[in-house]
Design a protein around this ligand. Sequence first.
Ligand SMILES: C[S@@+](CC[C@H](N)C(=O)[O-])C[C@H]1O[C@@H](n2cnc3c(N)ncnc32)[C@H](O)[C@@H]1O
Length: 245
Amino acid sequence: MVMENEEEYREVIIESGKDQENDGTEDEDDDDLDRETEKWMKHYSSKQRILLVGEGDLSFSICLARAFGSARNMVATSLDTQEDLAKKYSYGIGNVRELEERGCLVLYKVDAHQMSQHFFLKTQRFDRIVFNFPHVGFLYPEDNNCQIKLNKTLVKGFLKNAKMLLRKQGGEIHVSHKKGEPYDRWNLVKKAEKIGLVLHEVVPFSRNDYPGYCNKRAHGSLADAPFLLGNCSTYKFRLSPNQFA
Ligand SMILES: C[S@@+](CC[C@H](N)C(=O)[O-])C[C@H]1O[C@@H](n2cnc3c(N)ncnc32)[C@H](O)[C@@H]1O
């Protein structure tokens, strides 16, 4: 089933009972979540509402979904269309099917620069918003100033939009990112602080902590191939206290 226009999304979201105004008030879905036993995968819990942004072949979402059993607490998004996912990744469509069977909402063509205006996402608030290894694609060499500028713009757009979709109480935005040159030049933490976020914690990121997760280049003829992770960390941001004033 290909869902790329707003009308089709609306129908599917209403059918799957996910058309919830999520302003912190409890509804039936939240009640169901409350009754379930809490399950954890590293920093993520089956009791958190989790938004995944810029997924590659959706294998990170799959890892969480399998750990939780039910994935009704998750919305997994990709910048790609469903056709792109099928073309780019060996397991793209299989992963979509499994996520949907587990109750995860999968949304396509979600641009991190505009996601706070997305017709469905804008009605939701999330406890965790996760973007692993944001990257615009390999347009120039990795250390070229133009490439760095494009990647910085992506991160800024993501953080600004994620902030709007974050639950005020206890909400966290997680960005996993490589360390060292040229990645330090993205100034991730400074960017976040300018936007009204504070760095809560930085923890080493290891792919081994997430069974089934395959990090993807996601661009060009090697889209389905992994990229070298090297030294990388998950940066956890919260709303700065003056955002509550
Ligand atoms: C290096 S890949 C990482 C993919 C995946 N998160 C992973 O860890 O395997 C970078 C990802 O950023 C996504 N991306 C680039 N620009 C984006 C945008 N404007 N909005 C949302 N995602 C974007 C790409 O589609 C791609 O999936």
